[in-house]
Design a protein around this ligand. Structure first.
Ligand SMILES: Cc1cc2nc3c(=O)[nH]c(=O)nc-3n(C[C@H](O)[C@H](O)[C@H](O)COP(=O)(O)OP(=O)(O)OC[C@H]3O[C@@H](n4cnc5c(N)ncnc54)[C@H](O)[C@@H]3O)c2cc1C
Length: 393
């Protein structure tokens, strides 16, 4: 694509920032990404259900990858308490990993334009241009600034100081197990399947994802599990979100940092309530981690020359399997709007915004319905039943 002479500043170098950066480059923009972390971002764990918007963004941005972007599961199983199969459902889905998507995009994005250790602290705009101000005192000027800076977005706080996420009432314990490290009977049940076990006010699921170095080779992949457990926000959550060094974290504790008392309690609880194959899966997990489930929705995503995308704007619950694909969809639509409006940024952002707000709100509400039904109203509608959604996880 012919260079347009326009320049975008992207805040946040995770998946949302990379989707936006690559899509803008694909329409001839110069792009610089600024990421606060000084280290290579490393996955907290894992699994992502591959959705069409991610594939489209990869294709349109020309991101090369292996023959398949993930591991194909052909069916879903719902288990009984004794581990036998209660229900089988044919459903083809491709399951990938945060690492595979991130690494593929990083390889495709020019490293001289991906800047690490850059913490955005302020933004100024004057109608013609927008300026990003960083904690190290540097300033960068562009035609467009994109806030892809996640749940605690600085960009969002600057423009919508009253908007913040809410705790949904439960957390997701998560873990990964190398294919070779799981007992044979459990491995046979889980391999290349999406498997669920639902019990009162909780559910756990697993699917296979690419392994180390993005390997898709059978035997080198990983079982990825997610277990939703309810905790009271005031009396229980603060303890879960205090890491092993005693530091309280906002919404997640990464692998190797879970407090030993929390991990121990989780393992005992798993042995008490889970169906046997899932007990084995949790027992075989070396570094479980946890993240609080959050709800975030905002009334506005564009502010003259500034746009909010990805988790900075809307955080739908993971049952929609849509956070990553929503970030891709935001970026695709933004590139389309800029072309349609001949790179007039304020006009393009206004035109882009309404459909993105509607999509974010739809995912937010849909996720709340799915999650609340499985976590807080067992018996009213069992997970996996009475729903038109095929995506729920
Ligand atoms: C390291 C990491 C690992 C993850 N692993 C998984 C996973 O395994 N499975 C899964 O489903 N989801 C994972 N996620 C979440 C997933 O990336 C998001 O839910 C989704 O893809 C949307 O991403 P996002 O880019 O909008 O937000 P995020 O992924 O949260 O990224 C926001 C980025 O902005 C940076 N940032 C924040 N504030 C500033 C600032 N002021 N200045 C500069 N940079 C800033 C953060 O360091 C972060 O890299 C992970 C996120 C991260 C950051």
């Amino acid at each position: 694509m012919k260079p347009t002479g326009n320049h975008a500043i992207i805040i946040g170098g995770s998946l949302g920032g990379l989707f936006a950066g690559l899509m803008l480059r694909s329409i001839g923009w110069d792009v610089d990404i600024y990421e606060r972390s000084a280290h290579t971002l490393d996955s907290r764990g894992g699994g992502i259900v591959l959705q069409p918007d991610v594939i489209e963004a990869f294709q349109r941005a020309g991101v090369s990858h292996k023959a398949s972007l993930g591991v194909v599961a052909h069916e879903r199983y719902y288990l009984n308490p004794d581990g036998s199969i209660a229900q089988r459902m044919p459903m083809r889905q491709t399951l990938t990993s945060w690492n595979l998507l991130y690494s593929s995009m990083r390889r495709h994005f020019p490293s001289q334009h991906y800047h690490q250790g850059k913490l955005l602290t302020n933004i100024q705009q004057n109608g013609e241009q927008v300026m990003a101000i960083f904690a190290d005192g540097t300033r960068k000027i562009g035609d467009l600034l994109i806030g892809a800076d996640g749940p605690n977005s600085t960009v969002r706080q600057l423009f919508l100081p009253d908007a913040h996420y809410d705790y949904a009432g439960y957390v997701a314990y998560r873990g990964l197990v190398n294919e070779a490290d799981l007992e044979q009977d459990a491995a046979a049940l889980f391999t290349e399947r999406f498997v669920f076990y639902q019990f009162p006010n909780s559910h756990i699921l697993q699917y296979v994802i690419p392994g180390e170095n993005e390997s898709l080779v059978p035997g080198e992949r990983r079982f990825n599990w997610v277990w939703y457990v309810n905790y009271n926000e005031l009396t229980e959550l603060p303890r879960i979100l205090t890491d092993k060094e005693g530091r309280h974290r906002d919404y997640s504790i990464p692998p190797r940092m879970l407090a030993s008392s929390v991990e121990e309690q989780m393992r005992v609880y798993a042995d008490t309530v889970l169906a046997p194959p899932f007990r084995k899966l949790v027992a075989a997990t070396q570094e479980p981690f946890v993240q609080a489930i959050l709800d975030l929705g905002i009334p506005q995503m564009s502010f003259e020359r500034v746009a909010l995308v990805g988790d900075a704007a809307f955080i739908p619950r993971p049952h929609t399997a849509a956070s990553t694909s929503k970030a891709a969809a935001n970026a695709i639509a933004l590139a389309d709007a800029l072309i349609e409006h001949e790179h007039d940024v304020p006009k393009a952002l206004k035109a882009w915004e309404s459909a993105q707000l509607a999509y974010g709100l739809h995912l937010l509400k849909h996720g709340q319905t799915l999650g609340d039904r499985s976590q807080f109203s067992y018996g009213v509608g069992r997970f996996g039943e009475n729903t038109t959604s095929v995506q729920q996880v």
